[in-house]
Write a protein that binds this ligand. Structure first.
Ligand code: C2O
Ligand code: CU
Length: 493
């Protein structure tokens, strides 16, 4: 186990990793918080739009939800059913799309299946999200929505089809988290730009993506194992190197890494810690003090930062790789954004040491266990492919059948030589073991995506509730997902 020893206490401080931000970055643009939608009936039009990503020069043309990148942030209380209608008005050549609400629990017909339920150009589709789990309101969560079109997910997300979805916490006595302007969702995602400020096209010479069932193929540099869509410019809520003016009080930051491929090891330039209160899928049982927070593609962390005592300072949120040979040494090294700390202000927030976290499934009655092995194989059909259990994705093939109502224990094993971030649709999971040991304190809440280093094994458990039909498990490094590392499991009555 590569985590620091002595991590078993209730509140633990990691050793400080790395140093200060590697900065010559100038923070010239104010952070933009995407518009919020709160209704039960939401309409999002996918269309091309010009957005302000870089501080100087022309705006950037992106594929957007409703004209902005990120799209509007949807905020809904758990249990309040929500319908989201997505309309495809993208240009010719973009093809059919599929919108997935990452992390949420809903029926397969509304799951943004990557292969079926496509929204063709000119068409629309309504997704129904009851925000219920087994009849109870879904816990406060930080989800996000993004395109999930088979074979083209990396390209479509690169072009911009991403937005955030917050399930707000039910009112809880004793817990007063920072709210309003002190509750800031931060979508961190990297891109590369041409001298004219347009997105580069890393896919130009890439896969020949026919999009037909099981007919994927890919060639050249963008074939496994050399497929890695990385950018050189980090955007936060769609803008490069933004700053945010904050009062010298506690702020809740909801961090999301929506990059196609890279991971980030977030730190603050003065060594100020993050108090992590949740994952993307609900509160942790106890807050954890962390000097850095590592997030791979699609992972989220709900943290509180206390800016008191920093009035007049400018603090940089940066990603700093961990020490060589330790977890997170492959993270990006980059400045991300700046906090300009103003005067102190009244602060009514309160954080009890025990948090009202969602109930976890009891692992003991796990009725079924199964293993999923993530690897790289030569396949007869596609040549070199990222695989699960030795096979590249085929949407017509049911890889596992899971019985509704059953508690399952899944072993996720990385047999390849690179790190993967494994995501499971359908349910939220409890992490039982990481490499045979109790997981670190920040992995003791619900999760839907796990980091798996080469040779690592993570065991997770969930009860399958409410819905039957096909769901997906895949690597969330989008090149790996597009190039075979996805499987289908069906929940059956
Ligand atoms: Cu965020 Cu299957 O996806
Ligand atoms: Cu992967």
């Amino acid at each position: 186990c590569k985590f620091h020893p002595g991590m078993r206490g209730t509140i633990t401080v990691e050793g400080v990793v790395g140093g200060v931000a590697p900065v010559e970055t100038r923070f010239e643009q104010p952070l933009v918080v995407p518009a919020t939608r709160r209704g039960a009936d939401i309409r999002l039009v996918m269309r091309r739009a010009k957005v302000r990503a870089l501080a100087d020069g022309p705006r950037t043309t992106m594929w957007t939800y409703d004209g902005t990148y990120p799209g509007p942030t949807i905020r809904r209380r758990g249990g309040r059913g929500t319908e989201v209608t997505v309309v495809n008005r993208l240009p010719r050549g973009a093809g059919a799309m599929s919108t997935h609400l990452h992390g949420d629990h809903h029926a397969p017909a509304d799951d943004g299946q990557p292969t079926t339920h496509l929204i063709r150009r000119g068409d629309e589709r309504t997704y129904r999200y009851p925000l219920l789990v087994d009849g109870r309101p879904e816990p406060g969560s930080f989800f996000w929505y993004h395109d999930h079109r088979m074979d083209r997910t990396a390209r479509n997300n690169w072009r911009g089809l991403q937005g955030m979805f917050i399930v707000t916490d039910p009112p809880t006595r004793g817990l007063r988290l920072p709210t309003g302007r002190r509750d800031v969702p931060l979508m961190v995602s990297e891109r590369s730009f041409t001298p004219g400020n347009q997105l580069t096209d890393p896919f130009a010479d890439g896969p020949d993506m026919t999009g037909h069932h099981g007919e994927m193929s890919w060639t050249g540099e963008h074939a496994p194992p050399d497929d890695a869509t990385v950018g050189d410019t980090v955007l936060v809520n769609g803008r490069h190197a933004p700053y945010l003016e904050v009062s010298a009080t506690r702020h809740r930051l909801r961090l999301l890494n929506s990059s196609p491929f890279s991971s980030y090891n977030f730190t603050l330039s003065d060594g100020r810690p993050f108090l992590q209160i949740g994952t993307g899928s609900g509160l942790l049982p106890r807050a954890v003090v962390r000097s850095s927070v590592l997030l791979g593609p699609s992972q989220r962390a709900d943290v509180v930062v206390d800016f008191s005592g920093a009035s007049g300072q400018r603090l940089v949120l940066a990603s700093v790789p961990a020490a060589p040979g330790t977890t997170g040494d492959d993270a990006r090294e980059t400045a991300v954004m700046e906090f300009r700390v103003g005067a102190p202000a009244p602060d009514a927030s309160r954080l009890p040491s025990r948090l009202p976290s969602p109930r976890l499934v009891a692992p003991v009655p796990a009725q079924v266990s199964r293993t999923w092995t993530f690897g790289l194989e030569e396949t007869a059909r596609h040549g070199s492919a990222w695989t699960i259990d030795g096979r590249a994705f085929d949407p017509r093939r049911v890889d596992h059948r899971v019985r509704l109502g059953t508690v399952e224990r899944w072993r996720l094993r990385n047999d390849s030589e690179v790190t993967h971030y494994v995501h499971i649709h359908a349910q939220q999971w409890r992490t039982l073991l990481r490499d045979g040991e109790r997981p670190p304190p920040w992995e003791r809440g619900l999760e839907d995506t796990w980091r798996l280093e080469p040779g690592e094994e993570v065991e997770v458990a969930a009860r399958f509730t409410d819905y039957t039909g096909p769901f997906m498990i895949h690597c969330h490094m989008l090149d790996h997902e597009d190039h075979g590392m996805m499987a289908r499991f069906d929940v059956v009555p």
